[in-house]
Design a protein around this ligand. Structure first.
Ligand code: BYC
Length: 311
């Protein structure tokens, strides 16, 4: 057997036997590129995702809320760092993929292109956005690429805390005044559909799913994970005494799942294409931060070069 065919056969055997693919293992180029695409986008989502919540750091209602939110936003930066490191193990440069994000050539999650208009949005992000992220990321803990799967384990532990802090914050509002309850319902109404869109297009419109599932990068399809999230979340909504902005949402005894209404896919595709409410603002903030950080990078590189000379 030719060497390439031997490599391919070994790779296929490992995937079939659920043996992790590691950075130095042979892998098909398409597998490598697909991972750089997904992990890169995932890393960008973590760091862009800091912005909507950071918008409320200076206006958190109490010192305790501020301290918790600060810790959460810093965790998201950490998640970005684990993921950029995982992407680098595939041979791409962090600077290159980051620049592609700044240039609008690499995507990040659609959800971060919606504004955070009131304090309830911060709780709803923790509860629903991090809650959706956990459903997606728990499945990724079993992704076939070892460095990605291992990064996901630590990230999921932290996301779990984020989800609980979000739920605790929305519980306080749900048990508060009528104005607080109205603010919470308004936040749920604005975030509900965009959160369902986080799971990606429906399976029939998802170009990467079949191959990513065959390679066991994705273990469940976009629609399966979306359904799992709805099933998990509706009882939480009910416990809060709140509702989803979906008149078709109902329990289906026959399937043992909640049925929900049609998603506006046109909205998702517009947001992904850069036409969301905050796409320009988010990228402008990241470009500005990159420029402002130039002297820090220069200093760090000079320091590293000096250290290398001394060694
Ligand atoms: N938004 O074939 P498909 C967090 C793109 S951050 C934007 O289904 P795939 C947090 C997709 O990339 C956690 N783009 O793709 C942080 C593809 O585009 P390209 C975020 C989307 O990859 C701070 C095209 O549409 N989580 O928790 O098989 C504060 C076709 O889609 C979206 C992750 O990043 C979208 N919603 O499946 C708080 C999870 N959906 O590459 C919280 C990791 C689809 O062809 N990623 N696209 O140009 C994944 O699991 C998968 O990449 C997806 C999409 C399920 C998102």
């Amino acid at each position: 057997m030719a060497i390439k065919a031997q490599h391919e056969a070994l790779f296929d055997d490992k995937i079939a036997a659920d043996i992790s693919i590691e950075a130095k293992d042979w892998m098909p180029d398409a597998y490598r590129q697909n991972l750089i695409r997904q992990i890169g986008q995932h890393a960008h989502s973590e760091v862009i995702g800091m912005l909507p919540e950071a918008n409320w750091l200076t206006r958190a209602p109490t010192l305790r809320r501020k301290a918790v939110l600060l810790a959460k936003v810093q965790d998201e930066a950490g998640h970005g760092l684990y993921l950029y490191s995982a992407a680098e193990t595939l041979g791409c440069s962090r600077q290159d993929i980051y620049q592609k994000m700044l240039d609008g050539k690499m995507k990040y999650s659609s959800i971060f292109n919606y504004p955070t208009l009131n304090w309830a949005d911060v709780g709803v992000i923790g509860w629903l956005v991090d809650g959706a992220a956990i459903v997606n990321q728990v499945a990724l803990c079993r992704a076939s690429y070892g460095p990605y799967a291992r990064a996901m384990v630590k990230i999921c532990k932290e996301e779990s805390f984020h989800q609980r802090q979000g739920y605790e914050a929305v519980m306080a509002l749900a048990n508060g005044s009528s104005a607080q309850r109205a603010m919470l319902q308004d936040a749920i109404n604005r975030f509900w559909w965009p959160v369902l869109m986080m799971f990606g297009p429906s399976d029939s419109d998802s170009p990467h799913s079949a191959q990513s599932m065959a390679w066991k990068i994705k273990r469940h399809s976009n629609d399966e994970l979306r359904q799992k999230f709805v099933d998990n979340t509706v009882p939480q909504l009910e416990a809060l005494g709140m509702s989803a902005p979906d008149t078709d949402l109902r329990w289906d005894e026959a399937t043992g799942h909640y049925r929900f209404g049609d998603i506006d896919w046109n909205e998702l595709f517009q947001v992904i294409k850069g036409q969301g409410q905050c796409n320009h603002e988010r990228l402008a903030a990241k470009r500005h931060a990159w420029q402002q950080g130039d002297w820090v990078r220069e200093g760090a590189m000079a320091h590293a070069a000096k250290g290398n000379q001394a060694a």
